[in-house]
Write a protein that binds this ligand. Sequence first.
Ligand code: GJV
Length: 411
Amino acid sequence: MFVEMEEEVPPEEFNVLWSFAGRCSEELSIRRGDQVNVHAKISPEWWWAELRGVFGYVPASYLHKGSTEDGEEEEDMWQNEEYYDIYGTLNLHLEMLSDKSRTEAYRQVIVNNSASLHRKVVMDLGCGTGIVSLFCAQLAKPTAVYAVEASSMVEHTRELVKQNACEEVITVLQGRAEEIQLPEQVDVLVSEWMGNCLVFEFMVESVLLARDRWLREGGTMWPSSAALTLVPCQAHRYYAEKMAFWEKPYGLDFTPLQPLALQEFFAKPKFSHLMEPGDALASPTDVICLDMHTLQVADLEEMQGGFQFSLEKSGIFHGFTAWFSVSFKSLEEGGAAVELNTGPESEPTHWKQTLFMLDVPISVHAGDAISGTIILRRNPIWRRHLTVTLNWEISGYTQVRQMKHSLCMII
Ligand code: GJV
C-alpha cells in the first residue's frame, strides 16, 4: 500500500534557472531553461530528477517551480512584494531624507544645473516622497518632471506635489519603471538607486532598463558614474566585541564558542560600519567603476576588480572596508561635477561602510603589499542579492588566502 501510494505521486515539473554540470554519473547535467521532472526531494539541497529520460541528482536551488517566463515567478525572485511594501512606509524614507549628505548632493546637482535644466524633460526613477522632483520643479524650470514610484508611498507623493504647488510641472506615475509609459523621451534620468556595496537591491537594473527605453539619445544620467572603493583596515573594537570577548568573560574560558562567533559575526559583512580614518592600513583604491551611460544589465551578473595596496603603517589587518561614491556630471560643457562619497573621510551617510572581517587577524608591517581581486557575483535566483568574494595575498606570505563572504540580506 505504502509503495503504491508513493508511485501514485506524479513527478513535479521544475525549470532550470542556472546551468549545472554533473560531476559524476549520479549527477544530472542541466542547462538554464531546461524543464526537469523531480521525482524525489531527497534532501533540501539535492533532488532526484529526470531530464529527457536520464535520471540523476540536481541541486535544488538551481530549480524553480513554474515557467521562468512566468511574471509571477519572476516577481518572487525579485521579492518585489516585500521590497515595495517596505518603501510604502515612512521609516526608510525618513532615513533617506534625513541623510543630509545624500539629499543635499541631489539638491546641489539641481542647483548647479538649474540654468541647463530649463525646458528639459526629467525622469525621477524611484522618486519616493518626491524630494528630487520637487527640487527640480522649485529650483529649476524644466518643462516636465516624471516622478515614477512603485510603492504605495506614491499616493502621498501626489499630495506633496500639490501641497508644494508643483503639479503643473511634476507628473507622478504609479508603477514600476519597467512597466510605466511616459508620453515622451527624457533629457535627464535621475535616480537614487545605490545600495550597500553599491549594487545591493539591484535597483540599478531598473535604472538601466528605463535608460534604454526612455532616455533620449545623448541624454544625461544622474548619477553619471559610480565607484566601489576598498581598503585593508584594522577593526579592533569590532574584533574585541565579537571575538576576543569569549576569551575570558567573568574570568571564565568561553573560547569553545569562538568558532560559532566566527560563523555568526564574521561570515557575513558588517553593514553599518563606521571606519575611523585612522584604521585604514593603506590608501583606499577604487576597485569597480561603472559608467551609467554605457553599463549593461548583463554586466551586473559578475563585476570584478583588482587591488594592490602598499601598507602605510604597521598594525593588525582585521579585514577590508568597502564603500561607494557617485558622480553627477554637469549639463554644461566643462561644468563641475557633484560628488557623493560615502567613505570614512566624508560626512557619514545612512549607508555607512561595509566591513568584511578576516577569519584570523594578521599582524602586518608598513611596506607589506596586499594584492588581489574582488568579485561581486549576482545571485542567480534571488535577483536583489549578491555574493562578494575577495581573493588576496600578502607579500611575504607564500600562500594565497581566500576569504569568501556572502551578502545575503533579506530586505
Ligand atoms: N520602479 C519604481 N520605483 C522603484 C523601482 C522601480 N523599478 N525600484 C525602486 N523603486 N537607493 N537602494 C522605488 C522604491 O519603492 C523606493 O521608494 C525608492 O525607489 C528606492 C530608493 C532608495 N533605494 C536605494
